[in-house]
Write a protein that binds this ligand. Structure first.
Ligand SMILES: Nc1ncnc2c1ncn2[C@@H]1O[C@H](COP(=O)(O)OP(=O)(O)OP(=O)(O)O)[C@@H](O)[C@H]1O
Ligand SMILES: [Mg+2]
Length: 474
């Protein structure tokens, strides 16, 4: 399951929030690995027990023995009524418990904001309501179970009375011994428990089947390459045929949306980004800046037009060649728990400490290779994390660097570092930056202004910055 999820198209996660996915995966995994196996064994065991009791009764009286068949059918009928209701109640219960947990997580994670606005009471009320709902569904579940137990008890009791009648007659006319009668009485006495256990195990087995269906759905999820290859615009390329992209990046009447059924975001977008240039993208929120980056990564639904690098369509190469051409410096880089060395070298093979230290020196980061990093890297500033990303891209010798500038201002020193790197070690690389501050664009070669998924204006900083400044300050 995890393997297919790791290869699925990214928009899958828009439709399936990660919290829900994790809950489901844990539920499916637990059910299939533990309860599912157990309920399968228990059901087989229960069926064998019913068969034994039936054979035993048959020894005393064939008619009484055969009567177990309609009894089993009645149980099955009851089970068919009850099982879907119980399973539905269990599902609702899981959702309601999930909701309570979700609210509790909100309370813990958002405690600063809630305390600041004095809204804890409001959230606590919601937690209590969610908890009340989950208790109500738990009660409903118990009622359903009691209702089932009552009917099962009545069916078993009726059958027991019939069997006891036959036993009394058999003993009276001397057809059976009292020992056999005693054994049968014990077996019939226990029949209700056996049926109840069987019903319980079968309902779990039914639930296991629904978990298994969901697990197979996850396993069979098409990976994004297979999914993309179904699109008319994409030629599936042999995996062996890696392409080394080089040259200008050109969008030609490119149109995309996030999914087939969603509206177009970049619409008839045309732009040329010359090789080795430093290009800043600006635009109001929702203008399409991030969508532009995702389009380069082929993460979105390609509707029309083309994206060419050095004259070669990125849709005619295999997706990993396309993606590995770009290095990314995210807005809020995530570092892994471990050491700086681990974060820097990652899965690079045979990279010497001297090279790692040289990369750190190039970006002017004064940290020890063995310095510890907390999960996420929150013990390093955004600027430091971005510089660490750049150091890594230098090691990887990426020709195209996509940078998402932090919204909050970088400190002046880090800002100057970035500008210096653009002129030195990144001088021959193509750098595309989503810029949130006009000052950082002063040394760029080209500025693209986007609006509504289109290119509104393009020009040099000298041509555009004064106009942009008055526009974005206004
Ligand atoms: N995953 C998504 N699924 C569907 N629509 C999306 C998705 N991401 C963005 N959009 C839509 O695409 C449009 C462009 O969004 P985009 O994120 O590219 O803007 P942006 O310029 O990066 O904005 P910001 O400055 O706020 O980051 C918006 O209308 C947005 O609602
Ligand atoms: Mg964005």
């Amino acid at each position: 399951m995890m393997t297919s999820i790791s290869h699925v198209r990214t928009t899958f996660f828009d439709e399936n929030p990660s919290g829900r996915l994790i809950n489901r995966l844990l539920g499916d995994y637990g059910m299939l690995r533990l309860e599912g196996v157990m309920s399968f064994g228990d059901t087989a065991n229960g069926l064998a027990e019913v068969l034994c009791v039936g054979v035993l009764i048959m020894l005393t009286n064939p008619v009484a023995g055969l009567l177990i068949i309609p009894v089993v059918l009645l149980y099955a009928l009851l089970q068919a009524q009850l099982a879907p209701m119980m399973s539905h109640a269990r599902e609702i219960r899981a959702v309601k418990i999930g909701e309570t947990l979700h609210r509790e997580t909100d309370l813990i994670e958002g405690r600063t904001v809630f305390t600041l606005y004095n809204r804890q009471k409001n959230l606590l009320n919601r937690i209590h309501r969610a908890f009340g709902n989950s208790m109500n569904i738990q009660l409903l579940y118990c009622r359903l179970m009691s209702w089932g137990i009552l009917w099962m008890g009545m069916i078993s009791a009726a059958y027991a009375i019939v069997v006891y009648g036959f036993l009394a007659y058999g003993l009276h006319v001397g057809l059976i011994t009292s020992t056999l009668a005693a054994v049968v009485i014990t077996a019939v006495f226990n029949l209700n428990n056996i049926f109840f256990g069987l019903a319980w195990d079968m309902s779990f087995l039914g639930e296991t089947a629904s978990h298994a269906r969901r697990a197979f759905f996850m396993i069979d999820l098409p990976d994004e390459i297979t999914q993309e290859s179904n699109l008319p615009k994409v030629k599936l390329v042999n995996d062996e045929e890696k392409v080394q992209f080089s040259g200008d990046i050109r969008f030609e009447n490119y149109t995309m949306s996030y999914r087939k059924d969603l509206p177009k975001i970049l619409d008839n977008f045309t732009v040329n980004i010359p090789q080795g240039k430093k290009v800043g993208i600006v635009g109001r929120t929702g203008a399409g800046k991030s969508s532009f980056m995702q389009a380069l990564f082929r993460m979105v639904y390609h509707r029309d037009g083309d994206i060419l690098i050095g004259g070669r369509s990125i849709f005619s190469a295999d997706i990993s060649s396309v993606r590995s051409s770009f290095g990314v410096v995210p807005q809020d880089p995530y570092l892994f728990a471990g050491t700086i060395r681990f974060n820097l070298a990652g899965n690079l093979q045979d990279v010497s400490d001297a090279r790692l230290l040289a990369a750190l020196r190039t970006v002017n980061l004064d940290v020890d290779l063995d310095a510890q990093v907390q999960e996420g890297g929150k013990d390093y500033s955004v600027g430091e994390r971005q510089l660490l990303c750049i150091a890594r891209l230098i090691l990887l010798d990426k020709q195209y660097i996509l940078m998402d500038e932090p919204t909050s201002s970088l400190d002046r020193k880090t800002d100057e570092q970035m500008q210096r790197l653009m002129r030195t070690v990144l001088a021959d690389k193509t750098v595309i930056t989503i810029a949130h501050r006009l000052e950082s664009l002063e040394h760029y070669d080209l500025i693209l202004e986007m609006a509504g998924g289109r290119l509104l204006r393009e020009g040099t900083p000298a041509e555009l910055i004064p106009a942009l400044r008055s526009q974005y300050v206004a």
